[in-house]
Write a protein that binds this ligand. Structure first.
Ligand SMILES: Cc1cc2nc3c(=O)[nH]c(=O)nc-3n(C[C@H](O)[C@H](O)[C@H](O)COP(=O)(O)OP(=O)(O)OC[C@H]3O[C@@H](n4cnc5c(N)ncnc54)[C@H](O)[C@@H]3O)c2cc1C
Ligand code: SF4
Length: 563
């Protein structure tokens, strides 16, 4: 063990939440160390969005032998391909277990920036429909915050990250501080108008709200529509922590970023009833170090932060720090997604798309907003888009030679329009994460054992996603409409949440309304672990807003001398 090093604040993880914690804490004057398990990323070398298929050995298709050997789980995540696999963990170094009858997919990256590099950038505010849902229907615990508590922080985050989108004035999907929206195609515009008319304005199709610039921000250029954002972005046009929050933290002179630092546990000072710091294992040398600070922010992602807490065992907390009421590790959730429909759109043969718009369309939640749907609680939003088939359609057509190729390029195929649902999942006590009694990761830390299952409500909602989407496409003017069901296991949506939920009372959760652990008030957990329900919106902007809010509160309390 090397000597102890002291800071004002420790942040564990440098992804979407950790980047925000670092920025806010540093800008408020705290000397802050960010401990990141993975290695550094150099955008100039590591970002590969402009590498063309003809420049790659396998033309962008994965090296199947390599992925089978090192990434047997991660390869199921769409960006984990020939170039993109470097942004994913090697599964044998980072194992987790699950019961045989409860499959779970856990897709992760371990590097500076975390999954902010590969994420899909869709960002939607929650509303009080979401924050009040648990209290109203009795599933899960009442959130200790409401929309009014977090709305200013959404604005704070949106102004900094840059969100393009169209205001719609919907109570269930509040508008944000938007940059100009990306354009919808002519097919999408027709779909929007016809669906609005057919469903009396209840179902609203809009352009996706996305953390991608359509106007420049300092040090970042507007998007040039090259397409494969999940491989990085040298112009920093989409938000990730490497291009935005970490540089802002760095600028203050208060940041120390330490890659290859695997946090094994939070250390507890029983005499003072506080978190003392963290124990770190060097990712490369395996050497152990302790870091101490006045506040500790866990931002390692929902399941990782839960695992760190479960592994933080002491005489006072033998089952893990934050677990004095037995709630730690419980109520783990994800979105269930992927069921929907698609169809052909006749006409529009004089229209084509230009560039690769890195965004789709969004249909705001309409179920259980004004009237109660009899088959399930809560609701779903839908994501999709339109497109026109190009030369690739020739792969399934008869023909050969120069003339055949010319017609494929000059005469495009028809238009399609489609969408799939992203559905809210109910919180269940026995959907949980524990520590596996035998399996350990490469650094000797017990692996997470994940037992999370879909229930009746999710399955009923999946069916409705298909039929409701098909009727909207019919109304939009599509022909040959066909539905698609999905049977993705939990985790596959990569929106894992819960495990250390916020609560109004210590008995009901792990964290209070400011994300402070009930068991140690200088310990904050601000990633997806803190979530008490999932809503149906993509969650990361809510983690960012909650993190910024918690960091501001921590510094206020420290300045007041009460932390
Ligand atoms: C392909 C893809 C598409 C997605 N699309 C969207 C989307 O459109 N909208 C949306 O809202 N969300 C999306 N997500 C999910 C989004 O990426 C996550 O919700 C978000 O990154 C979570 O933020 P986080 O800070 O909690 O975790 P991460 O961003 O994963 O960061 C966690 C960091 O902590 C580090 N870490 C982990 N354990 C330790 C440890 N023990 N010690 C030190 N460091 C540690 C990790 O290495 C990592 O860098 C997508 C994800 C993927 C992969
Ligand atoms: S499409 Fe836009 S945001 Fe995505 S990588 Fe290209 S420039 Fe960046």
């Amino acid at each position: 063990m090397t000597g102890v090093t002291k800071f004002d604040a420790i942040v564990v993880g440098s992804g979407i939440s950790g980047g925000w914690a670092a920025k806010e804490l540093c800008e408020r004057g705290l000397s802050t160390i960010v401990l990141e398990a993975g290695g550094p990323i150099d955008p100039a070398k590591d970002y590969v969005e402009h590498v063309q298929p003809y420049e790659m050995q396998f033309r962008g298709w994965p090296d199947r032998a390599l992925l089978q050997r090192d990434y047997p789980i991660q390869r199921e995540c769409y960006p984990c391909d020939e170039l993109g696999h470097k942004f994913f963990v090697k599964d044998h170094e980072n194992p987790y277990t699950n019961p045989a009858d409860a499959p779970f997919k856990w897709f992760r990256g371990r590097h500076v920036g975390g999954r902010s590099i590969m994420w899909g950038r869709q960002v939607y505010r929650w509303s009080d429909l979401d924050f009040e849902a648990n209290a109203k229907d009795g599933h899960g615990n009442d959130w200790p915050i409401r929309y009014a508590d977090i709305a200013p922080w959404y604005s704070h985050v949106e102004r900094f990250i840059g969100v393009s989108g169209a205001p719609e004035g919907l109570a269930q999907l509040p508008d944000g501080e938007f940059q100009p929206p990306m354009a919808m195609t002519a097919v999408e515009r027709q779909g929007r108008e016809k669906i609005l008319t057919a469903f009396g304005g209840e179902r609203v199709l809009t352009i996706g709200r996305v953390a991608i610039l359509t106007k420049a921000l300092p040090g970042r250029l507007p998007c040039h529509y090259c397409g494969p954002c999940e491989k990085g972005c040298v112009t920093h046009s989409y938000f990730n922590s490497i291009g935005s929050t970490l540089p802002a933290a760095q600028k203050t002179g208060k940041l120390t970023l330490r890659p290859n630092s695997v946090v094994a546990e939070v250390l507890y000072d029983a005499k003072r009833g506080r978190a003392r710091g963290v124990r770190v294992i060097d990712g490369l040398t395996m050497q152990e170090t302790e870091y101490e600070a006045r506040v500790v922010f866990l931002c390692a992602s929902a399941i990782e932060s839960t695992r760190i807490l479960l592994n933080s065992r002491s005489g006072r907390f033998p089952d893990g720090l934050g677990n004095s009421t037995g709630v730690l590790g419980r109520y783990v959730m994800d979105h269930h997604y992927g069921s929907g429909a698609s169809g052909n759109m006749p006409g529009f043969t004089d229209r084509r798309t230009t560039g690769r718009r890195p965004n789709g369309i969004y249909i705001a939640r309409f179920r259980n907003v004004k009237t109660q749907q009899p088959d399930f609680l809560r609701g779903y939003g839908m994501q999709g888009g339109s497109g026109r088939s190009g030369w690739g359609r020739g792969a399934s057509m008869p023909g050969y030679g120069a003339e055949f190729k010319r017609t494929l390029i000059e005469e495009m195929g028809g238009w399609t329009l489609g969408a799939s649902g992203w559905g809210e999942t109910l919180p269940h006590e026995d959907n949980r994460v524990t520590l596996d009694p035998t399996v350990k990761d490469k650094w000797g830390i017990p692996a997470a054992r994940i037992d999370v299952r879909w229930r009746e409500n999710e399955l009923a909602m999946d069916k409705d996603m298909m039929s409701a989407c098909a009727e909207m496409l019919d109304a939009a003017g599509c022909t040959d409409v066909h539905t698609h069901g999905s049977n993705h296991p939990p985790g596959h949506c990569i929106h894992e949440m819960g495990g250390a939920r916020m609560s109004r009372k210590p008995a009901d959760g792990v964290l209070n309304e400011w994300n402070q652990a009930w068991d140690a008030k200088n310990l904050f957990v601000t990633d997806g672990a803190c979530m008490a329900s999932t809503a149906c919106q993509n969650p990361s902007i809510t983690y960012m807003a909650i993190t910024a809010r918690a960091a501001a509160h921590a510094v206020e309390e420290m300045n007041r001398g009460s932390l």
